[in-house]
Design a protein around this ligand. Structure first.
Ligand code: NAP
Length: 272
């Protein structure tokens, strides 16, 4: 029997591969924020029902939820995927940029999920979090904090409601996210007095990650597997880097900070 999925962020990267996998045999409500993708989404399969959602705007989240409710009375799995990366120095970053980060990566996911909960009978919630949730990376603290908050809020939702909530925490995955992050953070990248080298390293690394990261299908395959499990764990990492980030995050904070400072110094001094 066909199942019904709601997936955000289906126009690119991880979300796109999930849409392609699930829409073969199931109904998928596929979130997009740019009209130019509407026909691409429709062409994946007749099972795809695209819905507009701008995760920065709560009115848009409400409209998206109302639209989905007008089309179905049952959802089997909600997969919260959409996301972006806000980087910058805590000394100078515009706090409104951090608000935006939380709106897109955290609050809108909870808001949409809450509105759809009455339809989620015996279903699952799968969140695409990140190894950033372990909170160990400077210069991208807004992103780390938004993912940590996402995990905390949804873990609590799972305990309180009894709904199965799963956090998937990928390491570096080869998707367009990295190039988009460079564009999105132009202001921070150019406003980084005393940290130009670090930013230069971050940008060069982001460019490399877009192609050298882990194959996006590894994330897709894990999520398809989790969706099929009766009793999945609450949290999964994807990739050796995510496994390692989890491990070192358990060190005492001062030890961890020393390791991170040393690591950044070594990387930056290797730059020409
Ligand atoms: N790539 C990695 O290394 C990595 C690692 C760990 C976790 N993740 C997480 O995986 C998730 C998917 O990322 P990805 O790597 O697949 O990146 P991606 O290719 O950039 O996909 C992100 C998706 O989210 C959508 N999106 C972004 N901002 C939005 C907004 N304001 N409203 C509605 N939709 C929005 C994008 O729409 P557009 O197509 O219009 O941009 C796109 O469909 C994100 O939550 C990310 O944090 C990624």
């Amino acid at each position: 029997m066909k199942k019904t999925y709601v997936i955000t962020g289906t126009t690119s990267g991880i979300g796109k591969t999930l849409l392609e996998a699930f829409a073969k045999d199931n109904i998928v409500f596929a979130g997009y924020r740019n009209e130019k993708y509407f026909n691409d989404l429709k062409s994946v399969s007749d099972n795809v029902i695209p819905f507009f959602i701008d995760m920065e705007k709560k009115e848009s989240v409400a409209k998206a939820a109302a639209f989905i409710k007008s089309q179905t009375d049952k959802i089997d799995t909600i997969i919260n995927v959409a996301g972006c990366v806000i980087a910058g120095l805590m000394e100078t970053i515009d706090v409104d940029d951090i608000r935006k980060q939380f709106e897109v990566n955290t609050f809108s996911h909870l808001d949409l999920t809450q509105k759809l909960l009455p339809l989620l009978k015996d279903g699952k919630i799968i969140n695409v979090s990140s190894m950033a949730s372990f909170g160990i990376f400077p210069f991208v603290a807004p992103y780390c904090a938004s993912k940590r908050a996402l995990d905390i809020l949804f873990n609590s939702l799972g305990i309180e409601s009894g709904i199965k909530v799963v956090s998937v925490k990928p390491g570096v995955i080869a998707t367009p996210l990295w190039g988009k992050s460079i564009d999105l953070n132009k202001k921070s990248i150019s406003n980084c007095a005393d940290h130009e080298k670090e930013m230069q390293y971050m940008v060069a690394n982001a460019r490399k990650n877009e192609t050298n990261g882990l194959d996006v299908h590894k994330v897709r395959d894990l999520i398809v597997k989790i969706d099929g499990m009766e009793n999945p764990k609450s949290s999964y990492t994807v990739g050796k880097d995510a496994f390692f980030a989890n491990l070192v995050s358990k060190l005492p904070q001062d030890w961890l900070n020393k390791i991170i400072r040393y690591g950044i110094k070594a990387k930056v001094s290797s730059l020409k």
